[in-house]
Design a protein around this ligand. Sequence first.
Ligand code: PBG
Length: 391
Amino acid sequence: MDCRAGSRHPLFDSVRAVRAFAALTGEIAYGVIDPDGSMEEESMPRDRGNELPRYDAPSRPLWAYPRLRPRRNRQAGWTRALVAEHRLGPEDFIWPLFVTDGENVAAPVPSMPGVCRWSVELLVERVREARDAGIPAVALFPYVDPALKTPDGEHALDPDNIICRAIRAVKEGVPEIGVVCDVALDPFTTHGQDGIVRGGRVLNDETIHVLCEQARVQVEAGCDVVAPSDMMDGRIGAVRDTLDAAGHEDASILAYSTKYASAFYGPFRDAVGSADALGAADKKTYQMDPANTEEALREIAADLSEGADMVMVKPGLPYLDVIHRVKERFGAPTVAYNVSGEYSMLKAAGERGWLDYDLALLESLMAFKRAGADAILTYAAMEACQLLAGE
Ligand code: PBG
């Protein structure tokens, strides 16, 4: 196309419009198309507001059509592949899976289409598929029989509880995959809170004591990475000391450091059966206020100094700014949790034909990489692997 031959974009209809546009966008240098269609290069100082720029001597523009055409790098799949700044692959994912009692159970979670609670032997099959797809780790979550729940959640410390049995079976059947487990009491408590409750308060230090034991019991069942998701203050250091004292200095800690009090956990609470227990209560006295970012950075700093090997930001998509700042500030392994509500929103819209689920999924997962996440917990991990493999 000859750009001098009058095929101008309407925006470029007058020099005046172009200058005003450049002034608004604060460009340092730009090209101007004169009303006669000829091209002139200009430069202008920054921050001149809406004032018309003065003419400077022509300079080498940074971004001047028609010599520079950003579309050249986008014109074919191969060019796009060459210049892509971020890549998504199976090794980016941690796949969260729900486990339940019984045999041959695949109980669909109604608010999470495509997600089931699996009995242990079927869980091991899913984990084997994940390993074969190249996924490095799974995160296991228990659905606990309501009859086993108590106000203080003691069943969390039973080495034969459903989560410990699942860990043992997975590590026996698929030893090369990493196993991550939550450390928190909510699947085990009758009130659905993550800690010990007295007089309507979730107690910090008493809860830590139990969490340390829960972490130790899970590591002794074979868990590779314990992930305290409870948001009690000081629990990372306490869990580290407990594990070290028990000779488990190689067990890793993934700290749910910036976990917000979010509405996006709803479907997960259905899946682990804590929604009914929690009722109308919330977790705002320990999970973070969505209004805060500086506080998120302080939480990360504290957890890293207490011994966290990896830190997490959760939820994911509504908090990409936090992921970005955490990665920039600390450079530590940063894990994003693309939580249940984010998963279900895309599924619901896809099912209604309101958007293309597959494309929207890969685009959202790439957003995590762009923000700076090193790994992504996502219920769609297997689907994403299949899509990325072109299946
Ligand atoms: C429990 C826990 C929650 C999630 C992970 N661990 C829910 C909560 O804090 O209520 C949410 C995960 C998701 O929504 O996918 N401590």
